[in-house]
Design a protein around this ligand. Sequence first.
Ligand SMILES: NC(=O)c1ccc[n+]([C@@H]2O[C@H](COP(=O)([O-])OP(=O)(O)OC[C@H]3O[C@@H](n4cnc5c(N)ncnc54)[C@H](O)[C@@H]3O)[C@@H](O)[C@H]2O)c1
Length: 351
Amino acid sequence: MKNPIRLGLIGCGGIVQITHARAYHALTDTVQVTAIADVVPENLKKIGALFNVPTESRYTDYRDMLEHAALDVVTIATPHSLHAEQVIEAANAGVAVISEKPMATTLEEADRILESVRRNGVPYTVVHNYIFTAGMQAALTELDVLGESHFGRSVGMGLKPTDFSADHPTPAFAWRASKAKGGGCIIDTSYHEIYAVCTLMRSPVRYVEARVQTLRLDIDVDDIAMLLCEHENGAVTTVSGAWCVPGTDSGWCEMHAENGSIRVQHRHNMANALRRFTRIDGWKELELAGFDEAEQQDASGHVRYFTETFKAIAADTALPVPAEKAYYNLAIIEAARKATIERRAIEIPVL
Ligand SMILES: NC(=O)c1ccc[n+]([C@@H]2O[C@H](COP(=O)([O-])OP(=O)(O)OC[C@H]3O[C@@H](n4cnc5c(N)ncnc54)[C@H](O)[C@@H]3O)[C@@H](O)[C@H]2O)c1
């Protein structure tokens, strides 16, 4: 692997401009944004200027970038329906792939991705950034003491605009509200709540009951996702996601266990990010010891996720989020959709 790693970006929209860019700036010793691709020239211009990417290395067709640019890794941050095709093309070009969530829109697509990255022998990982927030990283160190989990809860509510038209000033809303683009509340928003709470529970989900429906918004994808999951150890977890409910107390997950409970707040600044309950102390806010201010400002966890991922790619060691974790998350989502249609619990096979 070259040092610095030569990075190509597929998709230069909202998350790249706001969050990924912060991570790449923090990693200039490790990573160089070498080439970029986006179908919107304005986004190419913005990211190109931010990272001094020469105009000849800015592409409107990502396939041209894969063919002509010398790259070690690509990141993919495009609408969900494009992930499978773009990951497979990148793997066929022999580069490592870091894909934004979700891995794909269906398990059938995910199977094709796994076949391709294995056949080509390229590292492949999906961004599960909420595992890397300061609050979550500290919570993980508490789990052994808290013991066996019995109940989990995760909530991610919000009120999306009612104007989802393609010419909305923020086009990211338009594709998220479109079935053809792989949108919907469960795969976009609740995606994070599912992997976050499951990480705290430490026992795989075996059965899923759910209501994944369009209740309020005039869109052809779900605007509400309510899951009831049964874990292998008998524990139960609920996940509540909505695009049609104001998020007054939202973006957190909890795990309740034999010796106490833990609650992690996502998305917000890091004050109050982590609380622990024990019968002796009651609920207490925990210090995020060992995290400097910059890390505590990394509210989405992206900087830490990218730091650990690029380190693993450079050293050819195990990736912090292996593909199997993303596959498993998608399996829960697919089961929840099926559970809604069939009005019954769906079994998740041992993967
Ligand atoms: N992990 C997180 O916390 C988080 C947060 C936000 C978004 N995301 C993920 O990031 C991805 C992008 O989301 P976003 O909010 O940036 O959306 P966005 O609409 O702002 O950006 C998507 C970009 O992809 C570009 N694009 C569309 N088709 C393309 C193609 N064929 N080739 C190259 N580029 C193409 C668009 O022009 C746009 O610039 C999604 O997968 C989303 O789920 C993750």
